[in-house]
Design a binder for this molecule. Sequence first.
Ligand SMILES: O=C(O)CCC(=O)C(=O)O
Ligand SMILES: [Fe+2]
Length: 312
Amino acid sequence: MSSESSPLRLPVIDFSKQELKPGSPQWDSAKHQVREALEEYGCFEASLDRVLEVRKAVFGALEELFDLPLQTKQLYVSDKPSRGYNPAVSGLHEHIVIDAANIAENIERGLTTTLWPHGNISFSKTLVSCTKLASGLEKTIRRMILEIFGVEKYADELIESTNYILKVIKYEGSETSEPYPAAHFDKSMITLLYQNEVNGLEIQNKDGEWIHVNPSPNSFIVLIGESLNVWLNGGLSSTFHRVIKKGINTRYCVALFATPRGGYQVKVPEELVDDKNGPLFKPFDYEEFWTTFYTQAAQGNYGYDLKTYCSV
Ligand SMILES: O=C(O)CCC(=O)C(=O)O
Ligand SMILES: [Fe+2]
């Protein structure tokens, strides 16, 4: 297995067309490309021209946010673990995680007025529009994937039981080549990433090669998480990825994790199970998994994964 970054480009699939409606020729063509990209790379770039209208504002807003004094950023707390403000890890990486970010109020009142008590309308508007674009795109992609597996009848139920978690990340300039985060699978169903011009993300293809991702300014990077892998009874691999940021420029990234909502039982559909292929996973509740995850982590087991948690 090579650990070198390869100059390969991820497939780019265009989602900009307004008439992208299920059943239309444009839809079927994009769906076909999604299938091929996932088979080959387990990942792709989804281009959405509308995001260019907010690009400058998004990274301006992130800069404004992370430039706030530490004491101000620390005011944004959450009663759920790993949500809220997380200070710089080894001085290089800090992030803020917002739960149920598709509800505008959680950004407008939950985040913005905590950080700017007198309000900051342009910050809220920018983050809300970016989240709207990303969650809309995620729904389209998820529906296509369900169609590919012939289980689209579950699309509404699955999408309605989604918690969209927004994570905004700053990677400080440094010359280190240590991966952070280290190689991992996301636990989400699908993750969408939108970054500034500073690269660093690498994804591993099915041959074990690390591909250095160099996305276009109008592209979201689409990753498959472990929840979707489990729900499809192992039918789709999740994307193994890491970040190695080189150079002194600051990298900003917006990550939208589409995760199952707590209280919803994620269960492999009966259509994906037959006499030959039994269910590989037991039904699970995403938030209960995290409770076990943190218990394991407290005992020193940091690599506990969702597939281990719910495998039959
Ligand atoms: O910054 C990135 O591009 C990816 C971050 C990531 O993988 C994560 O937060 O799970
Ligand atoms: Fe990740």
